[in-house]
Design a protein around this ligand. Structure first.
Ligand code: KIV
Length: 272
């Protein structure tokens, strides 16, 4: 008999059940090693399309493809055992019709084994969210600042800073929750608006730059580790890996140039 204990992976329903309870902890994860590290502390991990900018050096998330999301989704699934893995649907893979969204969401779930997908957009995406959920695909919604719409929004700008914008954003959050989204990401919205939405909808809100009034939080892992150059002002640095990596690489280069590396301890002994 195997002595291996199988860890139960959290599901979209578990996350849904945390509304108003213990805050939901989440980070992005695009690779197996970082997913394994974050898994110990997070309830869900998002394979966000931010990977296009963070890992692939793109200027926005718009050029990210389904194939990129699937590859990184597979890596995150191999790394994490307990956290729910949510994979972003990239720009152009779901907006055309509910049928297109279903085809591509099903492909993501079949090829990665993830437990849910995320897509951006409010009221206009509600029929698609309902279509997916009714056909067995758990959906996380994303309203407020939706980075895939950067070319329409004119930049990565905070939303809802004018009270006149609130009704539309509230209506978006209510529409996606009513359509069956198991959680709703609120990105870059003012605190009183986040509090208002969190109080109104039955699904947990996951804030990113949307204050502690949300039911949970998410950050781009590389941002909070200090690994990315320019980060939004709401990001708190919980580490400064750029300095650590820079120093490690500089120390290595200095040892190589001085012919001190590899030293005797790193060289294979000859078997005579
Ligand atoms: O792509 C991403 O990482 C995201 C989070 C910032 C919520 O959508």
């Amino acid at each position: 008999m195997s002595s291996q204990v199988r860890i139960r992976r959290l599901t979209a329903l578990d996350i849904r059940g945390r509304k108003g309870g213990e805050p939901i902890v989440s980070l992005t994860a695009y690779t197996a090693p970082l997913a394994a590290l974050a898994d110990r502390h997070c309830d869900f991990l998002l394979v966000g399309d931010s990977l296009g900018m963070v890992v692939h050096g793109l200027d926005s998330t718009v050029p990210v493809t389904l194939e990129m999301m699937i590859l990184h989704g597979q890596a995150a699934m191999r790394g994490a055992q307990r956290a729910l893995i949510v994979v972003d649907m990239p720009f152009g893979s779901y907006e055309e019709s509910p049928q297109q969204a279903f085809r591509n969401a099903a492909r993501i779930m079949q090829e990665t084994g993830c437990g849910a997908v995320k897509l951006e957009g409010g009221g206009r995406m509600a029929p698609t969210i309902r279509f997916l959920v009714e056909r067995g695909i758990p959906v996380m919604a994303h309203v407020g600042l939706t980075p895939q719409a950067v070319n329409v929004l004119g930049g990565f700008k905070a939303q809802g800073r004018e009270r006149a914008e609130w009704p539309a954003i509230i209506a978006d959050a209510e529409a996606v929750a009513a359509a069956g989204a198991f959680a709703v990401v609120l990105e870059a919205v003012a605190e009183p608006l986040a509090a208002e939405i969190t109080g109104r909808i039955a699904a947990p809100t996951i804030g990113i730059g949307a204050s502690a009034a949300c039911d949970g939080q998410i950050l781009v892992l590389d941002d909070m580790l200090g690994l990315t150059g320019r980060v939004p002002k709401f990001v708190k640095l919980f580490g400064n890996l750029t300095e650590n990596v820079d120093k490690a690489v500089a120390d290595y280069a200095a040892e190589v140039r001085a012919r001190r590396f590899p030293g005797p301890a790193q060289v294979y002994a000859v078997k005579d």
